[in-house]
Write a new protein. Structure first.
Length: 406
C-alpha cells in the first residue's frame, strides 16, 4: 500500500454544476446565456491529460490521452457540421477524431494511438480490457526523432498538438481550441500553452508527459499533501502543468524522474470522487497513523525485489459506499519519493505484496466489517496489492503504476 493515493475529495468544480440549478429561476434570456457559458466551460473540461510522441518501438510509438475533468459526462458534438472533435499536430493535419455522439464519462478518458508503433496496447484497462486506442491513426507526429534511425542526421522537428471542437482543418483556430500542448521548440502558439514543456532528446525509452495530478510538478523532494488533490493541473502553461517520467529515470532534457506511462481509454477505471464514494480509514483507528498495524517497517533485506533496506507496509480499510458491486479496487500513485532521490530522502519503489493476517486489532468498525470475531479485539486479513504491468519495470516499480486489489 502507498503513502499517496488518488485523493477522493469532491472538488470546488462541483460549484458550477450546482449553479445550473439556480439558473432555472432566472429570466429566460439570462438563463440561455448562462447555459451557453456552462456548455463552453464543460467542453473546456476536455484536456490532453497524457501523451508521448515516440517510445521504445520508435518514432510511431505514440499515444494521446484525452480526459474529461468535469463532474458530468460530455457528449461530443462538433461546433460546425464536421464529424467530431479533432486532435491535430502543428502541421495542421488531424491525427484522430473523437466522433460526434461519443460520450466521455465524468473523469473518463479517450485514447488515440498511432497503430504503426503503439506498444502499450496490453497496459491494464477496465474489467477484462486493456489500453487499446479508441481511435487510431498512422501518420507519425515528428518529435525530435532521428529521421532514418541511422544516426548522423539532424533530428526531426518537435511538433505540438491541439484538440479542437471541430474536425474541419479550416477551423483549427484559437476560438475552437479546447487544449494544446507543445514543447519550447514549437513556434506556433496555437499548438502549445505558455512557453511549452522542455524539448526532449529522443531516446527509445518508455516514457510519457502527463498532467500533474499532485501539484508539485513532479518534485520528489517536496513533502506534504498534494495541492492539486488528484485533479490534473491545467493552468494553460505546459511548462508547469506537464511532468516527464520514464521507466529508467533517464535524463532526457525534461527532468529526471522514475515513473511509468499510463495510457487510459474509454474502458479504463474512473476515479470515484463523484457522487457516492469509497471511504478510507486506518486499519486500526485506535492506533496512530505511523504505528503498526497501520504502518509497518520491516528491515528484512530483499534485494531481489528492490528492497535492499526492507519494506514499508501501509494498511487501510476501504468501504464501498457506491451501492454497486466492485470487481477490483485500484490505486494510482501520484506522489512518491523515488529515484533519483538525493541523500537523506528515501528512494521508494512500490512492489507487489501478499495478503497478511493481522491480530490484535482494537478498532470496533474494522472488526465488525471483516474481523474474527466481529468484536474487538479481532484478527483480520489485509489484502495485498498487485502491481499492474506492462510497461516492464527494469528498476523496480515506480510512480504512476497501477496497483490492484482483488
Ligand atoms: Ca513520433
Ligand atoms: Ca489548457
Ligand atoms: Ca493516463
Amino acid at each position: 500500500m502507498f503513502a499517496n493515493l488518488w485523493r477522493m475529495k469532491r472538488r470546488a468544480r462541483g460549484a458550477w454544476a450546482r449553479n445550473a440549478w439556480t439558473q432555472a429561476r432566472k429570466p429566460k434570456r439570462e438563463r440561455l446565456l448562462r447555459l451557453e457559458a456552462l456548455e463552453g466551460r464543460q467542453l473546456l473540461a476536455l484536456i490532453i491529460s497524457e501523451f508521448r510522441l515516440n517510445g521504445p518501438a520508435g518514432a510511431n510509438d505514440e499515444f494521446i490521452e484525452i480526459y474529461n475533468s468535469a463532474d458530468t459526462p460530455i457528449t461530443v458534438a462538433a461546433a460546425d457540421a464536421s464529424a467530431g472533435f479533432a486532435l491535430a499536430a502543428s502541421d495542421g493535419v488531424a491525427r484522430f477524431i473523437i466522433p460526434n455522439g461519443t460520450i466521455i464519462p465524468a473523469r473518463g478518458h479517450f485514447l488515440g494511438v498511432n497503430s504503426v508503433g503503439y506498444s502499450l496496447a496490453s497496459y491494464p484497462g477496465g474489467n477484462g480490457t486493456t489500453a487499446t486506442g479508441d481511435a487510431t491513426y498512422t501518420t507519425n507526429i515528428p518529435s525530435g526523432e532521428d529521421p532514418d534511425g541511422g544516426g548522423g542526421n539532424p533530428p526531426l522537428p518537435r511538433l505540438g498538438i491541439a484538440l479542437f471542437n471541430t474536425s474541419n482543418p479550416a477551423n483549427f483556430v484559437l476560438a475552437n481550441r479546447l487544449d494544446a500542448v507543445g514543447s519550447t521548440a514549437e513556434a506556433n502558439t496555437l499548438y502549445k500553452e505558455g512557453t511549452g514543456h522542455p524539448a526532449l532528446t529522443f531516446f527509445a525509452i518508455d516514457h510519457s508527459f502527463y498532467r500533474d495530478p499532485c501539484g508539485k510538478q513532479g518534485s520528489i523532494t517536496t513533502f506534504g499533501p498534494c495541492p492539486a488533490d488528484g485533479v490534473p493541473n491545467d493552468t494553460d502553461n505546459n511548462a508547469v502543468d506537464f511532468v516527464f517520467v520514464d521507466t529508467n529515470g533517464t535524463s532526457a532534457g525534461a527532468g529526471q524522474r522514475l515513473g511509468a506511462p499510463g495510457p487510459e481509454n474509454l474502458s479504463s477505471p474512473i476515479a470515484l470522487d463523484v457522487g457516492p464514494i469509497i471511504s478510507r480509514s486506518l486499519l486500526d483507528s485506535t492506533v496512530v497513523v505511523g504505528n503498526p498495524p497501520n504502518k509497518v517497517r520491516d528491515f528484512t533485506m530483499d534485494a531481489a525485489n528492490n528492497s535492499t533496506f526492507g519494506t514499508i507496509a501501509l494498511r487501510r480499510r476501504f468501504v464501498n459506499n457506491t451501492g454497486a458491486a466492485l470487481t477490483r479496487l485500484r490505486f494510482r500513485i501520484i506522489d512518491l519519493t523515488t529515484f533519483p532521490a538525493p541523500s537523506g530522502i528515501a528512494d521508494l519503489r512500490p512492489r507487489t505484496s501478499g495478503a497478511v493476517v493481522v491480530a490484535g486489532i482494537n478498532d470496533p468498525a474494522t472488526c465488525a466489517a471483516t474481523g474474527t470475531p466481529a468484536t474487538a479485539p479481532c484478527t483480520a486479513t489485509v489484502q495485498g496489492t498487485t502491481l499492474e504491468q506492462p510497461p516492464n519495470q527494469p528498476n523496480g516499480e515506480t510512480v504512476r503504476l497501477l496497483a490492484g486489489v482483488g
